[in-house]
Design a protein around this ligand. Structure first.
Ligand code: ADP
Ligand code: MG
Length: 277
């Protein structure tokens, strides 16, 4: 079976021609999961952004990225508008990237929900939109959804903000979710909860997941397979359990060492959370 996401020879160059992502290839089938792991600066975010056709000014992609059979590299904005949100959506490390500080969270979440409904031929009136927002907030386990819907982004916690950003990413029911360090900015207890949330909705909806992290402990919870990146290139790839038990490269071995420590912290955080219920 060919993949839902097919990346072949993806290269991202800076304006001086230097490759920041260098000949990266991978495939992700419907409902499958894959992680990109590597230290800061290894090219994980640029790979994710290139997949979404969202590279910053001055950077250019070459090679091929296909989502559901549609070529993304060099695609016109009109083509990308049909893909972004609807076939593939992205969640960033910093939820404010996706949020408008001057608009209430409920109003922001209502926008993609209304758009998705309109495409299905349904016009949501105010009450119906409010109910749909409420359901979307419930799905991402936002506590006090009515309060959060009326709040501005700065009025809720970082964890709640990220949950809302996830709800926005899910609003048009994309087949693929790209999560780029979605919990790196959160403290360790909240991190565990948001990972569980992403894991839960992806499983529930049968979505594909491209999960990006510098952290092998986090990756091992989210994806059975990973690609290890360093300086924009693939160092090794394979099953996460094998990368952990039998890393072939020294670079991977170092990631494993750091992972063991955080894994203990996450377990402790989860234990504290469960004990507190
Ligand atoms: N807009 C940009 N212009 C030039 N270089 C960039 C830009 N964005 C990122 N880079 C460089 O590309 C490399 C990969 O960055 P990135 O994909 O963000 O790494 P990661 O997400 O793995 O931490 C880094 O060396 C970074 O400095
Ligand atoms: Mg990054």
């Amino acid at each position: 079976m060919s993949g839902y996401l097919e990346v072949h020879g993806l290269t991202v160059r800076a304006s001086d021609g230097l490759p920041l992502v260098d000949d990266v290839s991978f495939e992700l089938g419907v409902g499958e999961r894959l992680a990109l792991i590597g230290e800061s600066g290894s090219g994980k975010s640029l790979t994710s952004l290139a997949v979404m056709g969202l590279l910053p000014e001055g950077l250019t992609a070459s090679g091929s990225v296909r989502i559901g059979g549609t070529e993304v590299v060099g695609a016109r904005e009109r083509v990308m508008n049909g893909i972004r949100g609807r076939r593939a959506a992205i969640v960033f490390q910093e939820p404010m990237t996706a949020l408008d500080p001057l608009t209430t969270l409920g109003k922001q979440l209502a926008e993609p929900i209304r758009r998705a409904a309109r495409r299905g031929g349904v016009r949501l009136d105010r009450g119906a939109a409010r109910d749909a927002v409420r359901r979307a907030l419930d799905e991402v386990s936002v506590r006090e959804p009515d309060r959060v819907a009326k709040a501005y982004p700065h009025e809720v916690s970082g964890g709640q903000r990220q949950r809302v950003a996830i709800a926005m990413a899910l609003a048009a029911r994309p087949e693929l979710l790209i999560a780029d360090e979605p919990t790196t900015a959160l403290d360790v207890t909240v991190q565990a909860q948001v990972l569980d949330l992403i894991e839960g909705v992806v499983a529930e909806r049968g979505m594909g997941l491209l999960f990006v992290s510098h952290d092998l402990a986090v990756v091992s919870r989210m994806s059975p397979r990973a690609i290890v990146l360093s300086h924009g290139r693939e160092v090794e790839a394979g099953r996460v359990d094998e990368l952990i038990s039998r890393p072939r490269e020294e670079y991977t071995r170092q990631l494993v060492g750091a992972a063991l420590e955080l894994d203990r912290a996450l377990d402790a955080a989860r234990g504290a959370e469960e004990g507190g219920r």
